[in-house]
Every structure is written in C-alpha cells, then in structure tokens.
Design a protein around this ligand. Structure first.
Ligand code: URA
Length: 253
C-alpha cells in the first residue's frame, strides 16, 4: 500500500489533482495564475508541504485549490447510482466535480452500497485509511434503516442477534446484528460486517423483503440532515475520529 507523500513539487501536485498535464500546469504557474497566500508562485519545481490548510491558502486561476491528496468525504448517495468506476449508467463519481475524476491517487468508495440503497457513503484517496475503515479488526459499525414489504413477525431481533444466522450459499454464520423495531414494517439494523447484499439477504432469510434501504450512520458519524441526496462534504479530522476512533497507545486500558 503506497503511503501518501507529505511534500510534493508544485507541478506534480497540480497535475495529480487533475488541473492538466505537467506541461499545462507549468504554463499556469508561469502565467502567474497560481497563488499562495495571495502571492503568485513562479517556480513549478517548488516543493510544497501538503498541510491540510493548503486548499485555503492556494488559488488556481482565482479559485481555491481542490483538496490535496489525503482527502476523505461523505456523499449522500441517492438511489439509482452505482459505486463503481467502470459500470455503465450513473456512477457516484459523476456526483463529484469533473476534475476530481483525473486525480491521482484516485478517489474510491469505502466499501459499497447497492445501486438501490441510499445514504451515507464515505470516499477517500487514502488507501491506508480505506483499509483501516473496512478492516473487520476495526469493528466499524454501519446502521441501516429498512422498510419492509411485510409486517415484522417479532422474532427477527433475536434471530439476527444470535450470531447463528446463515445466509444462503455461505459457510460462516453472520456476526450478531442489533435490530430495533421502528414500526410494524420498518426497523434499524446495526452490523459490523459488510457481506454482499447483507441486509436484503438477512430479511429474505426470515421470510421478508426489503423495499427501501438507507444507511444513516457509519461508526458514530451520522449522515447530516442538511446533506441532500447527491451532495457531498469533506470530512474533518473530528468527523474521521467518529468513524475510526484513534488507536489507543500500546498498554493503555
Ligand atoms: N446491505 C445490503 O443489502 N445492501 C447494501 O447496499 C448495504 C447493506
């Protein structure tokens, strides 16, 4: 897994953020269109430290610099878009600024939501962060709100919490899942795993059918109520700490 650099040459930074080829961004710099703290930069070879405040301090053609490498964001994924770089039809990446598709390292989704699932989707270009969030060792929970076709029977929470539910075609039972009943035909489930179509298959295993599926929480990070479907927001350090609490020092209780 490649580690993100802490410093980068100006032309490499701009090219990696998708502003153009090395030659094109060198032209932008020479034309005085790249500024730092209001002063035009003239040397495309200048090394810059990739501090989080760089995006506030640097402007390209008068506009704030795109988030430097090491970005993480949350997207309110709408129904009908796919978490993939290459499938046909609307993709989650189409909801981000067009230039971001040319970023290197590229942004990827942290796990996936089905095309017909809405809600909180994390994305990052930091492979280390992505793997820490999806690693089963990190125990990052995911909460889904489920609308069902048929009324709950009453034994679902016990079955899901048992740690013994076996999904069709699988050899290992699911880890315990917590379920709270919301109404006769809706519930919230919190899971630690992310098996293929897990929530839909869990309800199929107890004789029901999921009509609507929406993820509203990852770890302790909630999908903000003011983030409309299709909108995204850059995650702060504080947001990330809600997803993945900082590791305790060795020997700490
Ligand atoms: N479980 C599902 O069935 N689908 C999702 O998108 C996420 C969890």
């Amino acid at each position: 897994m490649s580690k993100l650099p802490t410093t980068l040459r100006l032309d490499r930074l701009l090219a990696n953020l998708g502003y153009g080829s090395r030659r094109e961004v060198q032209g932008l710099v020479k034309a005085g269109r790249v500024t730092l703290d209001g002063t035009a930069l003239s040397d495309p070879d200048q090394r810059l430290s990739l501090a989080p405040d760089l995006a506030d301090r640097m402007r390209v053609a008068g506009k704030p610099l795109d988030p430097p490498p090491g970005v993480a964001l949350m997207l309110h994924k709408p129904l009908g878009v796919t978490c993939s770089h290459k499938e046909t039809g609307p993709l989650v990446y189409d909801l981000l600024p067009e230039r971001w598709r040319r970023r290197d390292p590229a942004l990827s989704t942290v796990g996936r939501l089905d095309k017909e699932t809405s809600g909180l989707l994390l994305m990052t270009d930091d492979g280390g962060l992505l793997h820490r969030i999806i690693s089963p060792r990190s125990h990052v929970s995911k909460r889904y709100h489920v609308t069902l076709d048929r009324p709950l029977k009453g034994d679902e929470a016990t079955i899901f919490a048992s740690g013994a539910l076996m999904l069709d075609g699988e050899e290992k039972p699911l880890l315990p899942v917590a379920m709270e009943t919301v109404s006769e035909t809706s519930a919230a489930v919190t899971l630690m795993e992310g098996r293929y179509h897990q929530v839909r298959r869990m309800f199929a295993a107890v004789g029901n059918h999921v009509l609507l599926l929406h993820r509203d929480r990852v770890g302790d990070l909630d999908l903000p109520v003011d983030l409309a479907p299709g909108q995204y927001r850059i995650l702060s350090e504080a947001d990330l700490a809600l997803v993945l609490p900082p590791a305790k020092p060795v020997g700490a209780a």
